[in-house]
Ligand binder design. Sequence first.
Ligand code: CP
Ligand code: NVA
Length: 298
Amino acid sequence: MKKDFLKLNDLTKVEVLELLKQATELKQFKINGTSHKPLEGKTLGMIFNKNSTRTRISFEVGMFELGGHSLFLTPDQMQLGRGESIADSARVLSRYLDGILIRTFDFKEIEELAKHASIPVINGLTDLNHPIQIMSDLFTIQEKLGHLDDIKIAYVGDGNNVAYSWINAAAMFNLRLSVACPASCKPELPKEISIPDSIEITEDPITAVKDADVIYTDVWVSMGQEETNKKVSLLKPYQINQPLVDAAKAETLVMHCLPAHREMEITSEVLEGKHSVVFEQAENRLHLQKALLKKLLS
Ligand code: CP
Ligand code: NVA
């Protein structure tokens, strides 16, 4: 029976913890130069309907390092871009490939693809969610703090796809999560879970970062959204800057899924400062995704 990864809840907490453990091992293999190729002869198709640096390259390199192969596909070069249905495309691709990674706009497109594919489908970001990012971020946090127990995450900024996946992760791991955003930028709440009291949505960034182990932000204008002066000016008080970092725990981690817009959602001073783990966070995408690929495609 094939297994998809469309949202965090497609895995159990035990399965996610197992992947974090596996990612630690795969990271060590890479550091030691140990060859590990469980995906020899396997091919991942990667459909990108939106731009990407980290997701595309880390999946492509990940497949290579695991002994497999990847194909970068864009709908405008496939018949998908000329009206062939997602259902038919899924059935055809399933006869060539061993897995599909897809980044697109509407989450329903991914569900449709997964429904008709007989091979695993992995969500590489939609307008709704970005589960692979957050699973990888849990790996970084566990690596940095040594555990995931009773930690507080402050997500400050636009209530977007990344915020949505944080809400899912906080519910799964019983994390304290405070999302600070303007009233008009509040995140959609996942329907697939009940939202525990440990998750709060506030308009006050200082309240959100109080006692936070992690301060997290993302771009103010996501791919596919229109940038307006109104949205940018509403979000200005939610910038991650030094005074905001100083209001959190002394050892707080600063995270950003990247790409960053310096002096917008985060200052350069903070991005380059001692609390920031953003580049290790980006690196860890590779290790965690290799663990997921190994689980789903082996
Ligand atoms: N964080 C992230 O998904 O980056 P890319 O858009 O570069 O893939
Ligand atoms: N929220 C951002 C994340 C980019 C990785 C976007 O969807 O553009």
